[in-house]
Write a protein that binds this ligand. Structure first.
Ligand code: GAP
Length: 455
């Protein structure tokens, strides 16, 4: 347990030191478990979003995108059931130390995990209060007057924007069931216990896809999407032994779901949900039809049948995936990988992110920085590569130290310009994972790197 805590502390420290993640409003002491993504974090996050979008839109047929507003009519949240007890966590507080917990998360005691109502504080052993419900919607006001009529909510899930646009998308794109609508965007929840770094925060990004299908096909597609989503993580290099699917028990199903399953990851703090797959039945379209008075059923031209499609949802978090990729890729090598330099006494950090996810693809390094002709040539190579890849130029410190600095942030290739380069117009490419080096002609570089990054 102590080792796990230490691993998380090291990852949090690395992400701050190297510009992945910062505490929000840090100069004011931070704010409410909110985080900012730094220069490398934002590249990584964009890569995750791109990989997800490509998977949905390019690797599947009949899935289209959407970018709906964060603010919506409050009627949406009445129809969705989010303003009632359905979207609430159960809060308990310790009468001695006054720490607050989500009742379902207290190990061995939580009702939702098959236990009873928790009674004992997991921190100090004190007595817990009776559980009470706590709604997670973030309230705000629209317009200058802060009265009840002006109340709305920051969305708690992006999918509601998809449901209310079901008809618009269906008609404008002339789609036929089955089809999917996907979107990525911010969601907000007034979490009782935000914790574990960027695992659970009050502001986060979701990647959600809603698959509209005939009710008789819903079970089949629920199974299909579970496999597809698990494979997405595996194909991006997440270790198989750290992933699993956990089916929801009846008593823990979300208020909208007929069936549900979580893709879970083995974090240093335990197995936790990273993505939910739900069979939402006709709950959403039926309720939005009822509340809006618009018929949201689908007419099948071929069978002449009219019905409300069932929805299979895949719902993952961008920030949570970011943590998964970081934790899974983080490795410490005692004594270092390079046996030929002084570094052998140090612990080396290697971040083995998949090449699609790594924030920096290429670092361009002069062998030494006190030779102007080497520096000039290296900067020319850097300028040539910059429009094609996310690159860094680095001349500070010994070449071995610079390689290690790049390994620590997952840079896929280090290119070194040396004295030979001045005569031969070539350079060495060093592979992050194997440390193997090969010489290539500078004029071939863009093509070679593209091939290596895309294969
Ligand atoms: N539309 C269904 C839905 O929102 P969910 O299981 O509540 O389902 C789906 O959330 C995913 O969104 C989670 O698996 C997680 O990746 C992400 N997520 C939810 N709450 C989060 C939070 N407070 N912080 C970070 N990510 C969160």
């Amino acid at each position: 347990m102590e080792n796990s805590k230490l691993k998380m502390e090291k990852i949090v420290s690395l992400t701050k030191r190297r510009g992945f993640v910062f505490l929000s409003s840090e100069i004011y002491g931070g704010f409410s478990s909110c985080y900012d993504f730094g220069p490398l974090g934002v590249e990584m996050k964009n890569n995750i979003k791109l990989a997800w979008r490509d998977e949905m839109i390019k690797n599947h047929e009949n899935i289209v995108g959407l970018d709906s507003a964060i603010l919506m009519s409050p009627r949406v949240w009445q129809a969705s059931g989010h303003l009632t007890a359905g979207f609430a966590d159960t809060l308990v507080e310790c009468k001695s130390c006054h720490k607050r917990f989500r009742a379902d998360e207290i190990e061995g005691q939580g009702r939702d995990r098959g236990g009873t109502v928790p009674k004992v504080c997991p921190e100090c052993g004190g007595q817990l209060t009776e559980p009470r419900k706590f709604n997670l919607m973030m309230k705000t006001f629209v317009g200058p007057i802060e009265n009840e009529a002006a109340v709305t909510y920051l969305r708690a899930e992006t999918c509601q924007g998809i449901y209310v646009n079901f008809e618009n998308v269906l008609n404008s794109m002339r789609l036929k069931v089955p089809f999917g609508i996907c979107q990525i965007g911010k969601s907000f929840r007034n979490e009782i216990t935000p914790k574990d770094f960027i695992y659970r925060t009050r502001e986060f990004e979701q990647m959600e896809m809603q698959w509209f299908c005939h009710p008789k096909d819903a079970k089949k597609y629920f199974e299909y999407w579970k496999k597809e989503r698990l494979n997405w993580y595996l194909n991006l290099g997440i270790k198989k032994e750290n992933l699993r699917i956990r089916e929801h028990k009846k008593e823990e199903l979300a208020h909208y779901a007929i069936a549900g399953a979580d893709i879970e990851y083995r974090f240093p703090f335990g197995w936790r949900e990273i993505e939910g797959i739900h069979n939402r039945g006709d709950f959403d379209l039926k309720n939005h039809s009822k509340y809006s008075d618009k018929d949201l059923s689908y007419y099948d031209e071929e069978t002449k049948a009219k019905y409300i499609p069932y929805i299979i949802e895949t719902s993952g978090g961008v920030d949570r995936s970011c943590l998964v990729f970081l934790v899974d890729a983080y490795e410490e090598i005692e004594g270092g990988r390079t046996k030929t330099t002084k570094s052998t006494k140090e612990i080396e950090i290697l971040l083995e992110l998949h090449k699609k996810i790594a924030p920096i693809k290429v670092a361009v390094l002069p062998l030494v920085r006190n030779k102007p002709e080497l520096v000039k040539k290296t900067k020319e190579v850097y300028q040539m590569l910059k429009p094609h890849f996310v690159c860094q130029y680095d001349e500070l410190g010994s070449i071995g130290r610079r390689y290690r600095r790049q390994d620590e942030i997952a840079t896929i290739f280090c290119l070194t310009v040396d004295f030979e380069s001045l005569k031969q117009d070539d350079l060495t490419i060093r592979n992050r994972d194997t440390m193997a080096q090969e010489r290539v002609k500078i004029k071939e570089l863009v093509r070679i790197l593209k091939e290596k990054l895309e294969d």
